[in-house]
Design a protein around this ligand. Sequence first.
Ligand code: 5BU
Length: 275
Amino acid sequence: MSSKSQLPYGERAKNHPNPLARKLFEIAETKKTNVTVSADVTTSKELLELADRLGPYIAVIKTHIDILSDLTPATTQELQALAEKHNFLIFEDRKFIDIGNTVQKQYHGGALHISEWAHIINCSILPGEGIVEALSKTAKAADFPYGSERGLLILAEMTSKGSLATGEYTRASVEYARKYKDFVLGFVSTRSLGEFDAEKEEGDFIVFTTGVNLSSKGDKLGQQYQTPQSAVGRGADFIIAGRGIYAVENPVEAAKQYQKEGWEAYLARTGQLSH
Ligand code: 5BU
């Protein structure tokens, strides 16, 4: 476990060099939530309704914007307005995975205009270091107005059965995160990657863990779940839940329950639980 995992979000916010990381920790601390809802619905109306109803209980909304059947610029504009209203960040789970020249065009402009509305994006490092460099350059370009409000998560591990994102791939994820730490916020992984942190170089990378579900162990297509308590115990700073929240009868109650469990696990990990 990374030693930073033991520190409260507020303290990590104070010392973090990355402005978006500071903002994220501040949101978590203010709203007392480490929940990211994965809003994998397929119409704009459903997405915006979820964002508005769950907004008070979440730190981040994670989207797959390309699964919306009726996407228009108004959808992402309204999502941004809801992010302001409820103080959460937007994470587009686009999983860039291509040569630098292509991912720059996929991130900035194109049909989806991701760089204009998503605070957080993610990429696989299968193509090598160039993908991180290219995305970082786009976000840090002098004529890009939102640079201080953009960050990247490296997909260091995956939750699906038989995932090949392991070993050397995961180790290199940590190496590139260190090298591009101005832009890389941290990882999507199933645990803290502290074992790869050389003591003297340790950065404060944020761990997002997908595959969190309170009532299921997995699905028929290879997804593998763990509970909020288990994920946070293994080093997740932010837990990501999709169907466990949006696909149940009362998503608001579910979001509150994930918020409570995620927050208590965080308090326990950071030694802040009063007995
Ligand atoms: P679920 O409904 O909680 O199973 O949704 C999980 C979400 O997280 C879904 O959007 C996936 O695309 C995403 N995901 C994942 O499940 N596992 C991973 O390793 C990564 C993303 Br990376």
